[in-house]
Design a protein around this ligand. Structure first.
Ligand code: ATP
Length: 218
């Protein structure tokens, strides 16, 4: 279903979101106080507007209140990001998602009612570190500081074994959600079926347990 989004701040982060949403077929309004960025954004946004998002009157004039979802991607100018978020919440925008620069910025954004707060550089750093430390980890989603869902590639260690033999819950304290074999996802894998090198395990658990499982069983 086609949705409407407004993106404030067209740095690398805001621009990527803008392009992706636009390519997905959504209606995207791009806003920046840099005229050159606004001009460029006409190629990958439904509308691009030049405005200072710290000015409440400008936000009202743009019609920001009609947007259900606004992403504040103002980076370095923390004061501007906070002020803009404050206006958006005062104007009753239902979903205000904001990029934070650091933990202090995050705290303030939380206090003033930002609905979701991102730390793209930190998140990407964590992801890269996770991939660097294990070639078997194909992808992962962080559920909290301690828990994740991970996709792990099985090595020849699993050949000739079944899920029962691996005894994942008892030995490692994590749960296998699905197994991908030859491109097919099985969300109710038969615990007696043989496992093979190249199978992909989708597993949920504590990060420490997931690491033990990945190193010990796969
Ligand atoms: P990235 O890492 O995503 O490239 P950044 O963290 O370096 O971004 P900035 O370049 O500081 O972030 O800001 C992103 C964009 O936000 C810039 O294009 C800037 O012009 C815009 N911006 C900053 N303040 C405002 C404001 N008050 N109103 C509208 N746009 C603003």
């Amino acid at each position: 279903m086609k949705k409407q989004f407004a993106i404030i701040g067209l740095g690398r982060f805001g621009t990527s979101i803008c392009k992706e949403l636009y390519h997905m077929g959504h209606e995207v309004l791009a806003i920046d106080k840099d005229e050159k960025k606004v001009e460029e954004a006409n190629q990958f946004a439904t509308h691009a507007i030049y405005a200072d998002a710290t000015d409440e009157a400008s936000l009202i004039k743009i019609g920001i209140r009609n947007f259900e979802h606004v992403i504040v991607a103002i980076g370095e100018d923390i004061q501007a990001s906070i002020l803009c978020t404050l206006h958006l919440k005062d104007l009753d925008v239902p979903k205000v998602w904001v990029k934070a620069q650091n933990s202090y910025h995050h705290k303030v954004l939380e206090k003033i009612g930002a609905d979701r707060i991102f730390h793209p550089e930190k998140d990407m750093g964590n992801r890269i570190a996770e991939f660097l430390t294990s070639e078997k980890v194909l992808d992962y989603i962080d559920l909290s500081a301690d828990y994740s869902i991970v996709e792990i590639l099985a090595t020849k260690k699993v050949n000739g074994k079944s899920l029962i033999d691996l005894d994942v819950r008892a030995k490692y304290g994590c749960t296998v959600l699905a197994i991908k074999q030859k491109g097919k996802v099985d969300v109710t894998p038969n615990p007696n079926d043989p496992l093979h090198q190249g199978d992909i395990f989708v597993v949920i658990g504590n990060k420490r347990d997931l690491r033990r499982f990945q190193e010990g069983a796969l």
